[in-house]
Design a binder for this molecule. Structure first.
Ligand code: ATP
Ligand code: MG
Length: 204
């Protein structure tokens, strides 16, 4: 297999929404990526609150969403590793035994973060180790300033692109209120949420 340029986007994806997908495709266009792998976290280490949907439901919604772009894929590596999810482990696992069989030596790796997540990057576990495994990419997230952080020269790229002001929190709130989410998530994800009764009042 020829070497590829592979983007990775980690997150809780509770649920995945059009803002994530728009940001990933903007970065893929801008940096000429062959792939973007979405990796739902098992237990996000930085969140006090547990996700509203189970890991399997978050994975399934992500799987339903990624079909919209042939460059997109989804991985279970973070769901299969016990304990909180750290990006350093995500990248190491993806670059080791890759269950998607998408990687080969010589691939170039890019870890994609929205502007809000980028701002906290130095508080993540082993940030400099992460930079040895992947080039960091910060992408526009409306409502958050996209600003360079102090990192070794050449280790981070900012991609400014028209973004969508959507958050998973907003999706969960809308569902709880019984409001429509068709403008926030892909159709199959909206259908899945409705069928499974996720995020509604009384859902666990
Ligand atoms: P929540 O409201 O539950 O925190 P979220 O919408 O922030 O959810 P996450 O799963 O926390 O989604 O984010 C995963 C990654 O996607 C992070 O890097 C985050 O910055 C990025 N991201 C989320 N929403 C957007 C958006 N609308 N535009 C660009 N990047 C986004
Ligand atoms: Mg978030």
């Amino acid at each position: 297999m020829t070497a590829q340029r592979i983007g990775v986007m980690g997150g809780t994806f509770d649920p995945i929404h059009l803002g994530h997908l728009r940001a990933a495709s903007a970065v893929a266009d801008s940096l000429d990526l062959d792939r973007v792998i979405f990796v739902p976290a098992r237990e996000p280490w930085h969140r006090g609150e547990q996700p509203g949907a189970s890991a399997d439901d978050r994975f399934e919604m992500t799987r339903l969403a990624v079909v919209i772009d042939p460059r997109f894929a989804v991985s279970r590596v973070d769901l299969e590793r016990p304990g909180p999810t750290f990006t350093i482990d995500t990248l190491a696992d993806l670059q080791g035994a890759n269950p998607l069989d998408l990687a080969s030596s010589g691939d170039e790796w890019f870890f994609i973060t929205g502007a809000d997540a980028l701002a906290g990057f130095m508080t993540w576990r082993d940030p400099l180790g992460i930079l040895e495994l992947a080039h960091l990419v910060g992408v526009t997230r409306p409502g958050h300033a996209l600003q360079a952080i102090e990192l070794p020269t050449g280790s981070c790229t900012l991609v400014e692109a028209p973004g969508l002001d959507i958050s998973s929190t907003q999706v969960r709130e809308r569902v709880r209120e019984g409001a429509d989410i068709a403008d926030l998530v892909p159709g199959p994800v909206a259908d899945y949420i409705a069928e499974r009764g996720l995020y509604s009042k009384g859902a666990s």
